[in-house]
Ligand binder design. Structure first.
Ligand code: FES
Ligand code: FES
Length: 180
């Protein structure tokens, strides 16, 4: 008998558990979009180069087109549909709206999920390739425009809304700092 090429698995997405049977080769992106109808997560390149499919897995950024759905079982997955608090937009979403951080909007869900990751990583003191002083005693690097550009560099925007995206991430990060 040929080995089975599919499995039943349970994905926890935005706090809700979904049990589904998927071919082992199904990516998390396709499982989200095609099986769970969570089409906010976008497919751009489908090969890990554009960031349109970015989601959070256990709070960390991941490109869902390079992740197998079976490997995401038991993890906390957050997609753009799970970012707002009911009708109240998350400060990152609000900043993108207020500062025109998008044009066509295709890259925006990935940009916003990525920005959430950036803000967490920065607050935790993680350096980036743009950080000039990475000694522990230097503390958390200032989240300059250069830092934001570097940290968001995995998310491409074909409309070129980068200037506003950087401003939106900076504003949201400041808002986050003020609430701590
Ligand atoms: S669709 Fe995943 S990185 Fe482009
Ligand atoms: S807003 Fe159009 S691709 Fe970014």
């Amino acid at each position: 008998m040929a080995p089975s090429t599919s499995s039943a698995l349970t994905l926890k997405v935005n706090g809700e558990k979904h049990t589904l049977s998927v071919d082992h080769r199904t990516t998390l992106l396709d499982a989200l979009r095609e099986r769970l109808d969570l089409t906010g997560t976008k497919k751009g390149c489908d090969q890990g180069q554009c960031g349109a499919c970015t989601v959070l897995i256990d709070g960390r950024r991941a490109v869902s087109c390079l992740q197998l759905a079976v490997a995401a079982e038991g993890r906390e997955i957050t997609t753009i549909e799970g970012v707002a608090d009911g009708d109240r937009l998350h400060p990152v979403q609000q900043a993108f709206l207020d500062l025109d951080g998008f044009q066509c909007g295709y890259c925006t869900p990935g940009q916003i999920c990525s920005a959430l990751g950036v803000i967490e990583e920065h607050a935790a003191g993680w350096p980036s390739a743009a950080t000039t002083d990475i000694r522990p005693e230097a503390g958390v690097p200032e989240l300059t425009a250069e830092e934001i550009r570097e940290r968001m560099s995995g998310n491409l925007c074909r409309c070129g809304a980068y200037v506003s995206i950087v401003q939106a991430v900076a504003r949201a990060a400041r808002a986050e700092e003020e609430t701590v």
